[in-house]
Design a protein around this ligand. Structure first.
Ligand code: ATP
Ligand code: MG
Length: 288
């Protein structure tokens, strides 16, 4: 897929900020409904090569969302404790609850990417010998597909974004990280080792996307060389996912008509507790 492709969308760079602001507003509105409805949950997964713009996409696309309804988890190299468990353990602990949006910045998909490209990482996982066969990647795809089907059947929408940056654009972004003092903290010399394995990563990504895309958990390959375009694609896909939920069905926690009527009656006849200062007295006494 072309990392600079636009799929013939008529969006121009000068219109992108306004279009994104509109979409971000739609996401904020829909997230409020998701939170109030509290039956569905949403999982957004981001995978990409270094400097493809995962952080920036998450920051922009979710900039309107109420922080109480959203949680971002970033998965780095696993700890000793995490390596002592099955590969879905640490991410399962970070799944969103109903009414919430969970964002995975990297995910269990690393188990079919970095671990595949660097076999020494697989050795470190301490799996019983007989279980490590050439079939292991196919088996991991099957396990992930089954796991995501289980999540979908439990009421969780899943959207998976592969930010498809080109090797040339990655070089430019690495150079910018070296050149600009403000960006230098982002540069990690180890990233060059992964860059040297570019073709192996692309083969692993392609195999992974082919084996784990499903109607209820699609991979969206996002042209990522232009950030403004990538943000537009991700934000639009998030709106599409949230808008597919039927929020008209009864809310999990909405009060019944009888409860509403009883509460109105109770409030109509109850006087305010004496110790609570009235609005006017609070206003006049505060000078600070
Ligand atoms: P940036 O784009 O800013 O560099 P990042 O997501 O790459 O952000 P890093 O601090 O570089 O963040 O750490 C992530 C590293 O952890 C990646 O190199 C990734 O491949 C590695 N990692 C993630 N999950 C696993 C895993 N299951 N096994 C081994 N390594 C993993
Ligand atoms: Mg990195």
């Amino acid at each position: 897929m072309d990392p600079r492709g636009t799929a013939h969308l008529p969006l121009k760079k000068e219109d992108a900020a306004a279009a994104l602001a509109r979409t971000v507003g739609q996401i904020a509105d829909l997230q409020e409904q998701l939170y109030a409805h509290r039956r569905w949950g949403v999982l957004l997964i981001f995978q990409a090569m270094d400097a493809a713009g995962k952080d920036s996409a998450i920051k922009h696309v979710l900039s309107g969302v109420n922080p109480q309804g959203c949680e971002v988890s970033s998965f780095k190299a696993p700890s000793a404790d995490e390596l002592d468990h099955d590969f879905l353990w640490r991410t399962t602990a970070r799944l969103p609850g109903r009414g919430r949006i969970g964002v995975f910045n990297r995910s269990y998909y690393e188990e079919t990417l970095v671990v595949r490209v660097h076999p020494e990482l697989l050795e470190r996982q301490g799996l019983p010998e007989g279980l490590v066969t050439p079939q292991i990647w196919k088996e991991r795809f099957e396990d992930i597909v089954a796991f995501e089907r289980h999540l979908a059947r439990s009421g969780f929408l899943i959207r998976k974004f592969f930010l498809n940056v080109s090797a040339d654009e990655q070089r430019e972004r690495f150079l910018a990280r070296l050149d600009e003092p403000d960006k230098r903290w982002k540069f990690n010399p180890d990233d060059l080792k992964d860059r040297a394995r570019w073709d192996d990563y692309m083969a692993a990504y392609e195999d992974m996307i082919r084996h784990t895309s499903a109607p209820h958990a699609p991979w969206i390959v996002v042209p990522a060389d232009r950030k403004w375009f990538a943000h537009h694609v991700v934000a639009s896909a998030v709106v599409e996912a949230l808008a597919s939920i039927d929020f008209k069905r009864p809310r999990a926690t909405a009060p019944s008509r009888r409860e509403i009527a009883a509460a109105r009656r109770a409030l109509a006849t109850s006087s305010s507790p004496e110790s609570t200062p009235s609005r006017s007295s609070r206003g006049s006494s505060s000078s600070s």
